[in-house]
Unconditional design. Sequence first.
Length: 265
Amino acid sequence: MDIQLKGKRALITGSSSGLGEAIAKMLASEGAMVIIHGRNLKRAEDIAAEINASGGSATVAIGDLATDEGADAVATAALSSGPVDILVNNAGVTSHKSWGEASTEDWLALYNTNVVSYVRMIQRIVPQMKELGWGRLIHIGGGLAIQPIKEQPHYNATLAARHNMSVSLARQLKETGITSNIVSPGAIINPMVEQWLERAAPKFGWGTDMEEIKYKAVQELIPNDTSRFGTPEEIAGAVVYLCSRFADYISGSVLRVDGGTIRCL
């Protein structure tokens, strides 16, 4: 299937590792020229080199999106070799502090990193998309935006803000040829999650085999209709779809990729 991404340039924030890395690699495999973003130059260059070695096309943009100066640096680097057709806002951090632990400073810092950083890149990239008459804005949200839990309230709130912001932006971009959508992951497995599961297994009595541990953790902590964790590649696939020509009629939507974790229509 030709999803017509050849020649499109895509900036994926927070793509020097994890979910962003998987998104960048899949977009590159579909012919997009990707811009790897991170704060660590070597890590970003290593991912770009891997993509280039496999026949893809990748460059690097470095900067801290929690600051205006960092966002300026990233936008300048991204646009230096041509227009950006696709912006995937993925960069962010999590926090496991509770209501009693998270200070107002924690709330402000997390909102700046997880929401205002998205706004910074939108403001710097969308104007030239309007000149192109085409563009894709994909924002990574999360199930906790829809179904929040009592823990990490400041993190839950930033995800909800991302969802709201993306839909508002879709309304603003009416008839521009630019779409704005959310991809909302469920619980995604990665090396850090596996390490946490391994440490937590004795406490919960989940056994010692990693596959058994993952299955029992899903049943007890994040029950869903697939009875498993998701993978970064499954999230990347949803992003690639929304970037494709087959998603021209989708804007202001939330695409949940969570195995049925969220119990609502």
